[in-house]
Design a protein around this ligand. Structure first.
Ligand code: IMP
Ligand code: MG
Length: 179
């Protein structure tokens, strides 16, 4: 285990199983359809890769990045798109893949932005959902785990850009924060 991690919350095995379940749901729901799967960088990358390889539908991948002007443990609410998709989504089914749905600022902004290009549908698939901190009226169509208001890292999720490479999800030791 990494020296900064206090405890593991989700093991590699649990993460793999949740990807199996989510892919099964998506494969059933989108049978026979063409889907553009859009990952929100950078946190989605490990989850995206594990989910995408399990999809058996006709699908393409694209990515977006958004910043909410903050590097710590809080999102500021001021969302800006820093990387846009390159695929045409008009008339297509879109699934947004996110690491964690927290206040909902990022995803509600991105969802609204994409809807202006007239896709056939936009659904949200998030690995983690923290409903206790939601400020926006947004819900995930597919979710891996519902978690309490605790800050987690690993498997793509960062603290100040670190720990994304951990193959499991854990909580940091208190002394690591704000150093
Ligand atoms: P929202 O806009 O408040 O929903 O924030 C979503 C983004 O905040 C996620 O994509 C993450 O980058 C970040 N975030 C929120 N909670 C956590 C956490 O517990 N660990 C790591 N990043 C988090
Ligand atoms: Mg982040």
């Amino acid at each position: 285990m990494h020296k900064d991690v206090e405890r593991i919350v989700y093991s590699q095995q649990q993460l793999s199983e949740v990807c199996d379940r989510l892919a099964l749901e998506i494969n059933n729901d989108y049978k026979g359809r063409k889907v553009v799967v859009i990952g929100i960088l950078k946190g989605c990358v490990l989850f995206f890769s594990d989910l995408f390889r399990r999809l058996e539908i006709d699908c393409t991948m694209d990515f977006m990045a958004a910043s909410s002007y903050g590097s710590g443990t809080k999102s500021s609410g001021n969302v800006k798109i820093t990387k846009d998709i390159t695929e045409e989504i008009s008339g297509k089914d879109v699934i947004l893949v996110e690491d964690i749905l927290d206040t909902g600022n990022t995803l509600s902004y991105i969802k609204e932005y994409l809807e202006s290009s007239s896709p056939a549908s936009v659904r949200i698939c998030t690995l983690f959902d923290k409903p206790s901190r939601r400020t926006e009226n947004i819900i995930a169509d597919y979710k891996g785990f519902t978690i309490d208001d605790v800050f987690i890292v690993g498997y793509g999720l960062d603290y100040a850009e670190k720990y994304r490479n951990l193959p499991y999800v854990g909580v940091l030791k208190p002394e690591v924060y704000d150093k």
